[in-house]
Design a protein around this ligand. Structure first.
Ligand SMILES: Cc1cc2nc3c(=O)[nH]c(=O)nc-3n(C[C@H](O)[C@H](O)[C@H](O)COP(=O)(O)OP(=O)(O)OC[C@H]3O[C@@H](n4cnc5c(N)ncnc54)[C@H](O)[C@@H]3O)c2cc1C
Length: 450
């Protein structure tokens, strides 16, 4: 008997992991990727050069046997290293246990690892330079355009998974042909630009290697994540328009003056700043929410195609990898009954991806503004103390999202809201941990209803 063939559009992070999940369960997979094979041709990494990989993503990678492989090029980041306007630094830890770290990984290296693994299965065929131009639901024809020859072809595809990213062509097909298809697309007024702090002369890191560096400056910020070669990928998040904006930085001299004034310590480590600033594109950040994610037993959207989010919780890829993990789990119970599996996956994932989309937007404010507040740091300290005193019962929201994949995003959001009210009440009028009324804390924690 020939295995049923699943057609996946998009050979990015999520599409390749989905191909592996399916191949490991005996399906044949045809994977179509618009770009050339990044293992052979240097292609721009895409939307960010490196990413924060956290427990949810690692769990999904572990399920397909890639945990140890990815850890070979992952750099642990223990907390946020805050840089003030004078260049002073202080570390705000992400968690309080040794394993509570997040990991900086190269998008390119991770994508190549996933392509390599997907391609190692005889049942997986990967077609590069193939852009999907649409899917005819009635005839089940998937249209592909060869990016080199511009030649168009159609293949009969009974089951299609759209993992073609935030600008998904397959979501577009659904929006045109599915009655009652609902979608919102909210683009931030801020954009982002990637820059670089190179490795120290002779190798090594110019700043603390095991941290995610942040220069919070109220309405905008700079961040930097470490790379294996000693460099840092630096990202400026700034409004597109206005007094302090990308539009206001029109010349290399403007950029140098802005960085020297606002991010002086970073500026001193960025010799190619002026050139990089005008060479590298300015990206936009959009939250996409849509429903349904599927059409009958034919088409399913996963990853950014179904739920693109802003990057401030470092969870977009992690959430997409969780989709793949859910797909694997549902295949165990539903088998190839796509008519029941697709809605089950949508039902399981949609409330959770909506929740992380909202929390990612909230985290933007935390990162560029409140993280530097004494009040924020005090509440964080009290939250850690509550976690120490009531393990399992009180888990700070950040920890739930990033270190506890067993707690779904929607649950983390809900519990986080309840805990935040408790923290507000407990910290009211206090400025030091000694002033906290721990009897009241015990009562409030005991009364929490999740
Ligand atoms: C600045 C920034 C920083 C981020 N940082 C983090 C982070 O730290 N941690 C984290 O978890 N997430 C992060 N994210 C989010 C993360 O990048 C995405 O969630 C993730 O890339 C989604 O993977 P995907 O495979 O669904 O989509 P994509 O990565 O967009 O991959 C889609 C693939 O489909 C291909 N494709 C597109 N259209 C077609 C077509 N018509 N036909 C064929 N192929 C097509 C593309 O070439 C691409 O290879 C960040 C995003 C940004 C913008």
């Amino acid at each position: 008997m020939t295995a049923q063939k699943i057609h996946i559009v998009g050979g990015g992070l999520v599409g390749t992991l989905a191909a592996i999940v399916l191949a490991q369960r005996g399906f044949a997979v045809a994977l179509y990727e618009r770009r050339p094979d990044m293992r052979k041709v240097a292609v721009a990494a895409g939307r960010s050069i490196n990413l924060a990989l956290t427990a949810r993503g690692l769990k999904a990678l572990g399920e397909v046997g890639l945990h140890d492989e990815v850890m070979k090029f992952a750099i642990a980041m223990r907390g946020r290293m805050l840089h003030d306007a004078q260049g002073n630094t202080s570390l705000v830890p992400y968690g309080q246990k040794p394993h509570e770290v997040i990991h900086s990984v190269s998008r390119g290296d991770l994508n190549k690892l996933l392509l390599e693994k997907a391609g190692s299965y005889a049942s997986v065929e990967i077609f590069f330079n193939q852009r999907c131009a649409g899917y005819d639901l009635a005839s089940r024809h998937l249209t592909l355009v060869d990016e080199q020859s511009s030649r168009e072809k159609t293949v009969i595809a009974d089951v299609v998974i759209g993992a073609d990213g935030g600008g998904s062509a397959l979501r577009h097909t659904m929006s045109n042909h599915v009655k009652d298809f609902a979608m919102t697309q909210d683009t931030l007024a801020h954009g982002y630009k990637e820059l670089v702090i190179p490795a120290a002369p002779g190798g090594g890191f110019l700043m603390e290697k095991h941290a995610l560096h942040i220069w919070p400056r109220k309405s905008y910020m700079l961040i930097a994540l470490p790379n294996m070669d000693g460099s840092f990928t630096v990202t400026l998040f700034l409004a597109h328009e206005g007094r302090e904006s990308f539009a206001a930085l029109a010349t290399e001299a403007d950029v140098q003056a802005f960085f020297a004034e606002i991010f002086p310590d970073a500026a001193r480590m960025m010799p190619s700043l002026g050139k990089d600033f005008f060479h590298n594109p300015t990206g936009s950040m959009t939250t996409v929410k849509c429903l349904p994610w599927h059409v009958q037993d034919q088409l399913l959207l996963i990853g950014d195609a179904a739920h693109a989010i802003v990057p401030f919780f470092g969870q977009g890829m992690n959430a997409g990898f969780e989709d793949c993990s859910a797909l694997g789990a549902l295949l165990e119970t539903h088998g190839a009954d796509w008519k029941s599996l697709f809605p089950a996956l949508e039902k399981m994932r949609k409330p959770n991806t909506d929740a992380i989309a909202d929390m990612a937007l909230e985290n933007f404010v935390e990162m560029h503004d409140t993280v530097a507040d004494a009040r924020f740091q005090f509440k964080k300290q009290v939250g850690f103390e509550l976690e120490r005193r009531y393990p399992g019962r009180f888990i700070p929201r950040y920890a739930m999202v990033v270190f506890h994949p067993e707690i779904p995003y929607a649950e983390a959001k809900r519990r986080g809201e309840i805990q935040d009210i408790l923290l507000e009440e407990l910290c009211a009028g206090a400025t030091t941990i000694e002033q906290i009324d721990w009897h009241k804390a015990a009562q409030l924690v005991g009364d929490m209803k999740f």
